[in-house]
Design a protein around this ligand. Structure first.
Ligand code: ZN
Ligand code: ZN
Length: 311
């Protein structure tokens, strides 16, 4: 299922932005500055806190709000969400959401911008956005948010949010906070986010027939605050929760739920009963299939210990 309003076809050109590539790998290499700071557990917590704060900015804001409009909020909090997402250094919210809408529209077809089955693992993980082709985005893909001038400005100058965040960290805790809270944290945050484009289209279980390679994966869900329920998401992408059942951990949704109690966000969309029942039926069928497979396994006669020892 797909809630994308666009019918615009992405333009694909073959170019490699050399300077951007160098800059990207230099930024990636800043993770090595970790060796310039004596290890301390409190700094690890700074990195973890910074990771999850900005992961929420990507999952709840860039993904569930700007890409899929799966809940509503005020114009002020909308900007706050956009700012937290931009702090993750994954470009602006309009750029991110417009390309993501295309991913759902063309998932695992030739036009999918990051399909591991079509273009390979590393391309889907990070090489796709290192090309000049995707520097820009089609504004027609995201008219519902493009209309806000403050979002267009933040999107155009998307580097302001991460830069000011880095300055803030340095002002609070000096070099140690900058290294752990920014360099180390951003490295892991980036790769964890990108696993949803790469690993979650490769490893995991399939519950719904989403007509693509999306999978559900608990480990990725834990790492990405709920995004690992990617097969659920591809099947019904306008839902605010991606873990459809109580046992599918979805930290981003829990936080959104708490925010809704305070009236900060509202109208959190949920999957319809029909989809939830279909999912449970699929789970039962899969369990049954595995049980039958187990029962029909050819029994191999194993020599007992005494026989083995005597031969
Ligand atoms: Zn996907
Ligand atoms: Zn999505």
């Amino acid at each position: 299922m797909n809630s994308s309003p666009s019918t615009v076809t992405p333009v694909v050109k073959e170019q490699a932005p050399f300077l951007f590539l160098i800059l990207f790998f230099l930024v990636q290499a800043t993770v090595l500055t970790v060796f310039t700071v004596p290890f301390s557990l409190s700094l690890v917590w700074v990195a973890v806190g910074s990771y999850f704060l900005r992961m929420f900015g990507i999952t709840a804001a860039y993904h569930r709000y700007f890409s899929h409009a799966s809940f509503k909020t005020s114009r002020v909090f909308q900007f706050v969400l956009a700012w937290i997402g931009a702090m993750a250094m994954q470009k602006g919210p309009l750029w991110w959401a417009a390309h993501h809408r295309n991913h759902h529209k063309y998932s695992d077809t030739e036009k999918d911008i990051h399909s591991p089955s079509r273009k390979g693992f590393w391309y889907s993980h990070m090489f796709w956005f290192l090309r000049n082709d995707y520097n820009d985005y089609e504004s027609k893909l995201i008219p519902d948010f493009y209309k806000y001038p403050e979002l267009r400005i933040l999107d155009r100058y998307h580097w302001i949010a991460p830069l000011s965040y880095a300055v803030l960290l340095y002002a609070i805790g000096g070099w140690g906070w900058l290294v752990y809270g920014y360099a180390v944290s951003t490295f892991f945050l980036g790769h964890a986010t990108w696993t949803i484009n790469s690993l979650s289209h490769v490893y995991g279980s399939v519950r719904f027939d989403s007509r693509d390679t999306s999978k559900n994966n608990l480990w990725l869900a834990l790492l990405t605050m709920g995004e690992g329920w990617h097969n659920n998401h591809h099947y019904y992408c306008s839902s605010a929760n991606q873990g459809f059942y109580w046992y599918e951990v979805d930290i981003s949704y829990y936080i959104l739920k708490v925010l809704s109690w305070f009236g900060i966000v509202w109208d959190l969309k949920k999957p319809p009963k029909k989809v939830l029942e279909e999912g449970l039926l699929r789970d039962r069928e899969e369990k049954e299939r595995k049980r039958n497979l187990e029962q029909n396994k050819p029994k191999v006669k194993v020599k007992n210990k005494v026989e083995i020892l005597s031969t």
